[in-house]
Structures are given as structure tokens and as C-alpha cells.
Design a protein around this ligand. Sequence first.
Ligand SMILES: Cc1cc2nc3c(=O)[nH]c(=O)nc-3n(C[C@H](O)[C@H](O)[C@H](O)COP(=O)(O)OP(=O)(O)OC[C@H]3O[C@@H](n4cnc5c(N)ncnc54)[C@H](O)[C@@H]3O)c2cc1C
Length: 1143
Amino acid sequence: MSTINRRTQRVVTDSEDDFVEIRQRQRHDLQLSRRSQTPPIAEKDEDETKTKSKRKPISNTVSIPYIHTAPIHVISKPSVLSKEAPPVEGGYHGFIRLGMLVLGASNIRLIIENYMKYGLLIKLPHSYIPYQDYGLFVLAWVSVPISIVSAFLIEWLMAKIAMHIKSQKEDTRPKITSIEVLAGVFHCMHLLFLMIYPSYIVYTKIYHPMVGSAALVIALILFLKLTSYALVNRELREMYLTDNGDAPGGSHKYPNNIAIPNILYFWWAPTLCYQPSYPRSPRFRTTFFLKRVGELVVCLVTMYLLAEQYAKPTLENSLKALEEHNYVVIVERVLKLSTTAVVIWLLMFYALFHSFLNALSELGGIAIIWVPTGDCGIDRYTFSSRGMSICKCWGKGNCPSVQRGFPPLLGQFVVFFISALLHEVLVGIPTHALTGFAFWGMLGQIPLIAITKPLEKWRAMVKDSQLDQMAADMSLARQRPSFDVKLMSTFLVGDEESFKEREEGRAILENEPLFDKEPLVFMSREERLRHGIKVATRLIELWEEHAWSPDQFAAAVKNVDMMTPVTLHYGAFIPVILNQGTDEQVQEWIGAALSHTIIGCYAQTELGHGSNVGGLMTTATFDRHSDEFVLHSPSLAAAKWWIGGLGVMATHAVVQAQLIIDGKNYGPHIFVAPIRSLENHKPLPNILVGDIGPKAYGGFSSMDNGYLLFKEHRIPRGNMLMKFAKVDKNGVYRPPVHSKLSYGSMVKLRAGMVSEAGWKLGQAATVAIRYCTVRRQFQPANLNKADAPSDAPESQVISYSGLQHRLFPLISVAYGLIITGFSVNRLFDEMTEQLASENATLLPQVHVLTCGLKSWGTRRSCDGIEECRKAMGGHGYSAFSGLSDLFASYIPSNTYEGDNWILTQQVARFLVKELGRLANGKEISASTSYLARLASGDTSSSFRVTKAEQLTDLNVQVDLFATRAARVAFELGQALQSGRAWSDLNVECWNASVAHTEYTVMRAFADKVEEVKKDQFAPIHDTLKMLCDLFAVSNIVGASQASFLATQTVHAADLPVINELYRSLLHRISKQAIPLTDAFGFSDKNLGSALGRHDGRAYEALWEAVQKNPINQEKWQQETYETIIKKLLHRNNSAEPVEKAKL
Ligand SMILES: Cc1cc2nc3c(=O)[nH]c(=O)nc-3n(C[C@H](O)[C@H](O)[C@H](O)COP(=O)(O)OP(=O)(O)OC[C@H]3O[C@@H](n4cnc5c(N)ncnc54)[C@H](O)[C@@H]3O)c2cc1C
């Protein structure tokens, strides 16, 4: 208990523990990166624990402090491209994927085309390289040992001199400055030799550019290394002579570092930055090393193959165009070459910076990790300026010349100039073409930087470490799911087949920009409605294109998640005809309906009546002479109202109207009525039809709910759906065998709404939990001091107990509804089979079941959606949260298909009947068998909870819900017996229905948890059990606590123990909340939410979405200013206040 309490008080989740660890690592990294901007601080050495620099900050003065000495490589870190990399540093996987994608996908066609055109062009490499090139390479390479030896000798001599000086008394020590200058000159000489000599050999003698490049690259790398060697040792020497105890190096402290093994080690070490010692890996990782070598080989071979087979022929083919200055062909060639070049570049980048250098580090036991980031090129500042663009990096304090006191712009120019020169050397000399292309290409970056600077500024505004932190939080939250998320997804959709179908359907749909939700928020009602029609049309086209089955199409409609004018065609018109029509009638209309020759709607509700179906006023009077029915709306109150799809789209309607034969009213029956012409879509004569206008919260705006008035509109007798009730041509009426048989279609609609409620809630929970995972507010220690500044990371809001209490139970409700949906569907199928043989035994039970579940499910779901929105704070109210539209469009589910309050009366009436049967010793239905416990007369003893574990027993959970439901039903029965009128018992009916339905869900949930133990979903059993526990406990101590206490099902004294279990369950869920919502399987497009992005980058998505706002466009603002704002601001037409305001 103490653990739970402590955790809840501190609101620290395990994921936060992980986060703290990563945060510490990050802070460490941050310190490293700061080092490049402020004086480098030696931090940790191989041998030493800590050394601190006492050096002053680098200012823009000419005095040069120890800018080269402080070690850059101080900790052992895994490469960001390796598996071991912490997720917070991730992001480079995109680089690999890009490589793979470009390599794999886009080149397959080119490979075939190329092969067909040229055959196999690849030859062994040596076949092009003249033998004398190998000898010349060795000759050029001679400069390498010469330079190393020279550098070493100069430093050795200088070390000796320094030691000698140090041995003198402090006040008599001579100045070393002039000797330093001399040493510098010698260093310059051998460094110049190192570059000039091989350049000469390569340019004048070596034929093959590859050989020449290799010789020059080796020389250039050494050139940079030895420059660093000289500069660092000069500073070390100064520190040594001034007795600066902070000098780095441990046992290799200056002058001990001036040794042959030390310089040779540096020569081979994969770094350009000299330091006396480097952090070392604890052990040699053979597999890691072999993997890197393997990658290197694969990359090199592939690069060679690409160059030979693709780049070479393209180049050869462009020679003629070059000669003829045929610029169109040249551009075409360049574009063609660019794909191959990008692939080769990617491979080179990966091979060199990841594979080769990391293999080399491993071999040398050096814990420097090479990070291919494409950043600052090759200098000692490279490693600490990750994430900074090249221009920024070289223009800031990181640039050596800037640190030497150059103004940033000049510093930038100097660095680019040197870099451009070296690029020209590396490209121009081996190819024997010093054209200046490489030089100017590099130098051309400077004006480019100026041009793109405004963009950089914008990027900097919206991109910062906090944004990366959000992505890191998200990836951390899904790092260690305790269950198989895909298996859970499969479970939720039913089976693998359905899962596959959903994914395949989604792949098609997500390629269609028309289905994107984002643009909808800026559309007017008119635009949305038109958009809805387009969406419906495209869906139908896709159905035909892909020959989807009806189930696949239904899944696609669900996936697109938008009400359209055709929704009710599938949702009501077709099902009603199938359900209520005779075989001939089905044949007559269903073919046309499925081919969309006709589009239908379901017209029951009227302006004057909805819930009270018996009170409907539209009449269908039989005319024996013409064998027709005459549909008529006797008053405005009889106008059909709210009918989905009727406003602009439907050609037909199934109409509920009072059947009148020979003046006798037989009550409401269903008729198929044509509404609009099939030729020109105009309303038929005697029909008044239109759209009822915008709806609450802007919901249902892509749906054309409509009105309809009949003025003696004639339809053939055969248009009455006559599967159950019949009227023959003589006007003889035959009633249905069972009075409730016509309920079938309503039952089907409500049955579908059970799982739908779960999915909608799951959608909102996914968005809210994702956003609350990446949203951070308050440092834990500063909760009561909002303005206290601190470096500590702020807490993820999801870690707060209040949010966990508001959101996590919703996950269990969503799962519960989806699971209950399975059993409802099963029961519905069983009932349909029965009804086919006019057996209606199951009908009342299923009818009541769906009434209760529809009522309870849509209410809990809508309340939950709104709670999710509120849980997201201010941003939840943005339309880009995706929840406002979800809520607005789903909230009427509380009303349509039967008002929720009225439906509870149907459930209550059934319960009362069952109580009566029980009292009379008759059999009651399985769904209400729990009422039998009332027979013992025990209506008040409580189940005592002494240990929290008692409540994790599924039987106990079901039993508690059953007891409570039975007692609530009993109270209703008693109230009725006491003589209270039915209309006075709305609240009791509601309570009885809620208690019965919660028992139903609890039972379905618990049964499923038991059931999965034995099937392919056994691996997710524990997770489902955890959710089932949460469903039970959160209802007992949360949503329905009053009911459990009032019925004395649980005892108030036991609440602390139950609450403790509740908190521990919330804590367990907190570690799995993201995977549990991921399992719903909503894609970003499905969610249409900037805040609920899968990758956690909520702020960036919100920013991007806002940029599309037409109100932010210059044109809109100018127009509004000119036409309205200006009038307001300048209404006094006086310059004086304007002038004053300026001050
Ligand atoms: C978005 C949307 C789409 C719709 N689409 C269609 C459609 O396609 N086709 C169609 O035919 N209809 C449609 N409807 C209509 C819908 O089915 C009805 O609005 C619904 O059945 C409720 O009926 P009502 O409007 O008459 O409410 P009312 O019956 O007027 O209810 C008003 C209030 O009185 C209460 N109340 C009423 N009677 C009782 C009672 N006996 N005891 C206690 N309380 C009572 C209700 O709980 C409610 O709070 C749609 C409605 C909406 C909002």
C-alpha cells in the first residue's frame, strides 16, 4: 500500500523513472555540446574522476586560450544508428529507411531497364587501374610517415625544451614564445609537404581518379590530424609550464603523451581531434565489429556496382550533349545521374561514418562513436555540434576562427574558403580537372545561407529540444509494452482476417487525399456537405475498383469515419428493406440500391413526433380502386424531420406512416416511397423536400438531414414492406405473427452501435492519452511554486493522478464495449436465424439488451470523449485536437435510434416483467438470471472486502454487479408496487437500466477474459484481465459508486481498500497506456488530430495545421482591414490619436 501511496503522491510513473535516467544522459550530452560554445571543460578521463577547468571564457580578443586542448570524447556512447542507442537520440533511423527505400523501391525498374539496355557492364575494379598507379600511390603515400615522424620530432624536441624550462626556477624560466613560433613554422612546412607532394604526384602521374583520391584523402586526413596534434600540444605545453593542474590526459599528461605509440594510436583512431587519451570501450564486441565490417563490404561493393552499371553509361551518354552544348539533354542526364549519385552518397556516408569508423573504434578499443549527421564537416568541433546546420555551426562560436576573434561572418567565410579549397583539391586533382566547380560549389553556400536564413529563423522558432523531447516521451512510452500490441489489435477487430482487411483497406484509403480530415475544419457547412457527397462517391468508386465485399466496404466506411448523405442508405434503407421486405421486394429494390441507381433514407421522425412512434401523423391510405397507397402529411407537424440523406441526396425513402384501410388505422407501417426523379433528381410532384440546416456544435455537417412533406403522393400497394404485416389487393390486412417482429431492423442498428461506442471512445482516449504523455507541466518539486525556475524536467501531465483517474478507466470502458459488441452480434445472428422461421423467442431479450447497451454505451462514450477533450486543457478546445468534430458528430447518438432516457424505460419494463415472472415461479431469460438471487430475500447484506485481491476475482466482480443490478431492479419493482405512476419512475428506470447494462458488460468482459485463455489470444489474457479489473473497480469506486453503496452491495468502510486497488490498477495501466491505445489501431489520418499524433510531435503538427488557416493569409487580412477594421480604427478620422498611440 505504501508503495502505491508514495507513487501517487509523487506522481512518478515507471516510465518517468526511465525518463529521469535518459534525462540525465541528455544533460550530460548537453554539457558536452555546450562545451563547444563556452570554454571546454574537461569532465572525465580514463584515469581521473574529474578535473575542472579554471579557464576564462573565450572572448572576441586576439589572445588564444586553450581552445584545442579539452577532450571532446569523454564518455562511451553507443552509435545512434545502433540498436543500443537510447530512443531519445533516435531519429537517424529515418536516414536508414530513406536509404533502404531509395535503394530498394525506386531502383528496381531502373535496374531492369538498365539491364535491358546495356547488359552487364560490371568489370573487376583492377581492370581499369594501370599497374604503375599502385607504385605511384605508394610513392605519394611516403609523405605520410615523413610527416608523422616530423610532427613527432618537433613535439618531442619541444617537450624536451619545455621540461628543461620547467626544471628551472620559476622566476628565472625563459620565455618559450619564439621557440613556439619556430615549431609552428616547422609544423607548417611538413604539413604543406604532406599536402603538396602527393597532390603533385596525383595530378601529374596517377591516372585513375580512385587511386588519386585515396592518396589525397589519406594525406588530407593526416593533415587535419597533425594540425590538431600540433595545436593541442602547444596548449598542453603552456598548461604544463604554467602548472595548470587541470591539464587533461591522466597518466598521459603532457609531456608523457609525446611518445611514438601515442601518435601512432592517434593516427589510426577514428577522430581528427587529438587528445592525450581517449575514453576506452570496456571490451571488444566481436559481433558489433563483424556487423560493421559486413556493412562496409556490402556498401562498397554496391557503390562500385552502381557506379559501373548506372553512373558510367549515363556519363558516357552525356559526353556528346556536353560537346554540343545541348542543355536540355544535359539537364536530363544530370537528373538521371542524380538518383544514382544520391544512392552512392548515402552508401558512402553510411559506409564511412557508421560502418568503417565504428569498426575502427571497436578495433582500437576507443569509445568514440561516429555519428553520421551531415553536420559540420571535419574539424574538432564536429562532434559536439550535432543538430546544428553547417552554416550555423561555422558561423557561431564553434568556428575556430570566430574563437580567435574574427567577426562571425568573416569567420564563416574563412572556414568556407578553406573547406572550398580542400574540396577542390580532393575533387579536381585526382580527376586532373581543376575547374573550380567544387571550390565555387562550396563557396556558393555563403549566399545560399543568406537566402535561406529567414527559413532557418522560422525553423528555429518552431523546432527546439522540447519538441524532440515530446517525440522521445512518446517513443519511451511505447518502448516496453507488456503485451503483443498487434495481437491485441487483432483481438479487438475480431480475427486475423478482419485485421488484414482493415489494414489493406486503410492502405488504399490513406492514399486518397480526399479522405484527409485536416482541411475540413476550414470548410463552411455548404462545402462540407459537398465534400461529404464527394467522399461517398469516391468510396463507391473504390468499392467497385477493388471489388470489395460488403464487409470490406463497411470497414472502409468506418475507416473514413465521416457521416455522408449515403450513410443511412447502408445503415438503414438497405437493412430495413432486407429485414421487412418480401423476397420479391428485396429483389426489386436491393439490386438498384447496391448499384446506387437509387439512394435511400429512413424517414420515421416527424416534426411533431419522434420517440412516440404511435403518434406519427403521416398517413398511408389504401385506395382499392387504383391498388395504391396515398401518402399524406396532414399538417406541418407531420413533416418528416431529421431524416439523414434526405436533404439533397436520397431518391427514395422508407417511410413510417399510419396504415389506413377503409378508415381504420392499423398503426405505423413501412412504405418505400420515391422522392426524387431518377432522371433529373428533382423532387417528384406532391413532394416538398429540403435540408433542415446546420446542427448543434457544427456536427453532422457533411450529412443532409432533411424534411419531407407528402401531398397525396401515390405509391403502388407493393411498396408497403410486407414480410410481416400484409395488405392484399382487396384491402384485407394480415397482421404479423409476432407484434414485435418489425423491431428487427432497429435492433440491428442498435446492436452495431455498441461496439461503435467503444471505438469512438477508444479514438478519443488515444488522442488524449498520447497528448497527455507528451505534454509537460510543472517540475514535480515546484507544483506549489508555479513561478519557481528550475532546470529539472517538467512532469508529463499523464503522470498526475487526476488525469490517470479521468482517462484510464475510459480505456477499460472502450474495451468493455467492443468486447460486449462481440456477444451482442453473436446473439443478434442467433435471433436473425430464429426470425427467419418466424420464431421470435430471442427478440425481446435482444431488443432490451441493445436498448440498454445503446443507451449506456453512447452516453459513457460521449461523456468520455468530452472528458478526453477537457483532459487536454486549452489545446483540447482547438478544432485540431480532432475531438471537437468527433464529439459534435457523435453526441446525437444519445438521441437517434431511440432517445437514451426512453430506451431505459424499455429495459426497465422488461426487468419488471421478469420480476413478475420470477414471483410467479416462471422461468426468466438468461440475461436476467441474476434476479433469481432476490428470491432468498437478501436485499441488503454487503460483500466485505478485507483484501484488495478479493476484487480481482472475476467471479466476485460479476457477482457484485449482479447483486447491485438485482437490488436496483427490486427497488424499481417496489416503487411500482407502492403505486407510483410509471411516468414518475423515469429515474428509477434509468438506474435499473444502467445497473443491468453494467452487469451485462461486466459479464461479457469477464467471460471473454476466461475465453481467451483457451484460444490464440491467450498471450494477451493478463492485459485483458487487468483492464477487466479496472472496469470493475473503476465503476465501483467511480462512476457508479453511489449505486453500489446505496444498494449496500459494497460497504462504505471497505472503500479505502478498494481505492487502494484502484490506484494500483491505474499505476499498472500507466505503464501500458500508450500501447493499450495503440492497439485500437487508429492511424494519424483516422484520428485527424494534431495533438494525438503517433510520433508525439503535437506542437509541430498544431503549428503546421494553423499555418493553413485562411485567416492568416494576407488577402483575408487586408480585405478585412480595408472593409471593417479600418473603419473602426479611423472612425474619428483624426491623425492625432494615431500619432499619440505611436508614442
Ligand atoms: C443527428 C440526428 C439524426 C437523425 N436521423 C434520423 C433519421 O435518419 N431518421 C429518422 O427517422 N429520425 C432521425 N432522427 C430523429 C431521432 O430518431 C429522434 O430525434 C429521436 O428518436 C428522439 O425523438 P424526439 O426528437 O421526438 O424526442 P422527444 O421524444 O421529443 O424527446 C424530448 C425529450 O423528452 C423526453 N421524453 C419523451 N418522451 C418521454 C417519456 N415517455 N418519458 C420520459 N421522457 C420522455 C426525452 O427523453 C427527451 O429528453 C435523427 C436525430 C438526430 C439528432
